[in-house]
Design a protein. Structure first.
Length: 398
């Protein structure tokens, strides 16, 4: 009957209705040998922050390292004439609001930028001059309101079911929007967590797998084989339930690790070790960790990830971390903040990191100072310009 059904292409069997597809086809495909659709975590900002920062040690440490290192860099304020040691802008940056200092404000700013690709600063009490306070707003609560020409005309901040609109009218804007480069979005930036999302999922899945393995005495213990009398290898229901309950009560979990097992007649213990795929699981986890570090621009050596020999030593890796990741980020953000504050003051001010006070770059700066000082064909004004210093009062006449 079944063979006739297949010979006839599934039709023509008396009493059997014709169907175009199996109702259980999807179930079979889903459960078949790991070839089903891969389940990835959501890619929205809240889900990525939860899984890639709050729920992943590599992402958490990478964001903390970058944001703390960037916020700790000293900033200098200068114009085309001189470098300021005292200025209202410096006072505002040093004490932006009653709850935060400069380091706390910029750490939150860099953290939002790394986690979502966007960072927003609100100017509070802006009148004829500088704002009275600066506050970093959560990126996941902010949305851009585009105008008819596509440019932003307002920002909506939603919290607790209520929405507050920051309109962009005449004068200096009350919101400073800093965003990372995104090739396919006109209004929002691209977070490093987006390209690292798959590696985050793999790393988190490997951690869950390791935890499940620890819950089962840290190894796939083995198999209990029942031989029985005269080759009868089937346990009764009562015997099976008793064996399972004793295994769960006395031989599972960390508390019972290493406890000897007493088997009654007919039961034999067959130890089992890790399969090659189990042994490669740790390598997969370490590879995912390196991909997460790569997306954020943190050398894996600084995160304690084994197997990375890109840099000769820790000091070289730390110098590359500052030169390739921290300094470009701080230079871009500080330039944006300075351009925003210039609209309040009307002064041509420039806010930038002070490279001479970065310990990780001390050797490079010493070598640069020595080269510039030894260049006898340069004037003092040209040497100061090469070092990023403003000219002295008498240099303009040279």
């Amino acid at each position: 009957m079944i063979l006739d059904f297949f010979r006839q292409g599934g039709a023509g069997v008396a009493g059997m209705p014709e169907q175009k597809a199996s109702a259980a086809g999807r179930v079979i495909a889903w459960g078949g040998a790991g070839r089903g659709t891969v389940a990835w975590s959501p890619r929205d900002t809240v889900s990525l922050t939860r899984s890639g920062f709050a729920g992943n040690p590599v992402g958490f440490r990478a964001v903390k390292m970058i944001s703390e290192a960037a916020a700790a860099l000293p900033l200098v304020l200068q114009d085309c004439q001189r470098r300021y040691t005292a200025h209202p802008v410096l006072d505002l940056v040093a004490a932006p609001n009653p709850a935060q200092g400069r380091a706390e404000l910029f750490e939150a700013l860099y953290g939002q930028l790394l986690l979502s690709g966007n960072a927003y600063i609100e100017a509070v009490g802006a009148g004829a001059g500088l704002p009275l306070e600066l506050h970093v707003l959560r990126s996941d609560r902010m949305s851009v309101v585009p105008g008819a020409d596509g440019w932003p005309v307002a920002y909506d901040y939603s919290v607790g079911g209520r929405k507050h609109r920051f309109s962009l009218g005449e004068g200096a804007p009350c919101i400073c929007h800093i965003k990372s480069f995104h090739p396919q979005d006109d209004h929002y930036g691209l977070s490093p967590l987006q390209p690292a999302a798959q590696a985050v999922d793999v790393h988190n899945a490997a951690s869950r797998w390791s935890k499940a393995l620890l819950d089962n005495a840290a190894r796939p213990s083995g198999a209990i084989i029942y031989k029985g009398a005269e080759g009868q290898g089937v346990l009764s229901s009562d015997q099976y339930d008793r064996l399972v309950s004793e295994m769960e009560a006395h031989h599972q979990g960390a508390r019972n690790a290493g406890r000897p097992m007493l088997l009654e007649g007919g039961l034999d213990w067959k130890p089992m070790g890790f399969s090659p795929s189990d042994m490669e699981f740790q390598q997969t986890k370490e590879s995912a960790a390196r991909e997460i570090a790569l997306a954020f621009g943190v050398p894996p050596m600084l995160l304690g990830i084994p197997g990375d020999a890109t840099f000769a030593n820790y000091q070289e890796a730390n110098r590359a971390f500052y030169r390739l990741t921290v300094l470009p980020l701080v230079a871009r953000v500080s330039a944006k903040v300075a351009a925003w504050l210039r609209e309040f003051t009307g002064e041509a001010l420039d806010l930038s990191p002070d490279l001479d006070r970065v310990p990780a770059l001390a050797a490079e700066r010493d070598a640069q100072w020595a080269r510039v000082a030894g260049a006898d064909f340069l004037t003092p004004a040209e040497k100061r310009a090469l070092l990023g210093l403003p000219p002295l009062a008498g240099d303009a006449d040279e």
